[in-house]
Design a protein around this ligand. Structure first.
Ligand code: AMP
Length: 307
């Protein structure tokens, strides 16, 4: 089934303890759709300037991502993000955010995007997320992501969108910030009281927690990697694997949700091995299956028998 995504398409400049890269292809919608396109048909809504390399658009198209909702603004500059990671690779430090063409973007969805059954509102201004939601007709599942930049800067608008989505995906720092609650479990519950049915809390190398509407919790580990090179995009890639799998299954039952959480975790493990989408773009279905099976074995154990 089709999966619609709105989010940032960016040129990222990144420093990690292992190297640095200027103006690399990035953005929430790019990581998301590159991941999800391994599993389902993706429709992308975003904006770029005329400085955005054509080769990047070609890369997205080569994955059969529908780019008819990708608007190019003549004379405009593409969104740019500059970030740095220290020894703690789980947390990015934002050095600079330039919204550029996103500052006045008002997306109008192509007609054939409006019936998308699965919708992902990637990290971007909450009013843009709301505008996309206004235009979709009867989605089966709406998920959304956000970050500290919007939680602190656009809290009221963010709280409005939250009431309209089924699943929120955030990292643990963002969950704490949004809920103003240091305990992650309590924070997830508090976010559910804001109107979201289900919450996914991403915890970097410690995996992801899923809180459903019946107070059940599921946890998936991160795939144990020997070397993490650049964590940028791990969260969006996780969401692409999660939503891509649900859209491929075409249903949202407890079993599919658990598989989707593991798929998200597996997908993110590829992104962090290289800068940008360099590794993710070469992943095959067999690669996904191998890591999925490894994670399954990693967490399988027998019940204990005590007299
Ligand atoms: P993550 O998956 O959380 O590592 O997200 C990384 C991506 O988020 C980068 O490729 C950035 O281009 C993008 N990004 C950073 N800040 C913002 C922002 N304020 N709005 C939208 N996208 C952003």
């Amino acid at each position: 089934m089709s999966l619609l995504v709105v989010g940032s398409v960016a040129l990222d400049s990144i420093q990690t303890p292992f190297g640095q890269r200027e103006d690399a292809l990035g953005g929430s919608a790019v990581y998301f759709s590159t991941a999800a396109s391994l599993l389902t048909h993706v429709q992308l809504v975003a904006v770029i300037g005329d400085d955005f390399p054509e080769a990047h658009v070609k890369l997205l198209e080569s994955r059969r991502i529908d780019t008819s909702g990708l608007v190019k603004v003549a004379g405009g500059k593409t969104f740019r993000w500059r970030g740095r990671y220290g020894a703690n690779l789980n947390e990015a430090e934002t050095l600079d955010t330039q919204l550029n063409v996103f500052a006045d973007f008002a997306p109008t969805l192509p007609e054939n995007f409006r019936d998308a059954p699965f919708v992902f509102l990637g990290n971007i201004h909450p009013s843009l997320q709301a505008r996309v939601l206004d235009q979709v007709r009867a989605p089966k599942l709406v998920a959304m992501d956000t970050m500290n930049f919007w939680i602190q800067g656009e809290r009221a608008a963010l709280l409005e969108v939250l009431k309209r989505v089924d699943v929120l995906t955030v990292n643990d720092g963002e969950a704490r910030l949004l809920a103003q609650e240091p305990n992650v479990v309590k924070a997830a519950r508090a976010i559910q009281r804001m109107g979201v049915k289900q919450v996914v809390v991403k915890r970097g190398e410690y995996g992801a927690l899923f809180f459903d509407e019946h107070a059940h919790v599921f946890w998936a580990p991160a795939y144990p990697l020997e070397s993490v090179f650049d964590p940028t995009g791990a969260g969006d890639t996780f969401a692409g694997g999660f939503m891509g799998y649900l859209a491929r299954q075409g249903r949202v039952d407890p079993r599919s949700l658990r598989q989707a959480i593991v798929m998200g975790s597996v997908m993110a493990s590829f992104t962090v091995e290289e800068f940008s989408v360099d590794r993710l773009a070469t992943v095959t279905a067999a690669d996904l299956r191998n890591r999925y099976d490894t994670v399954q074995r990693l967490t399988a154990f027998e019940p204990v028998e005590l007299a």
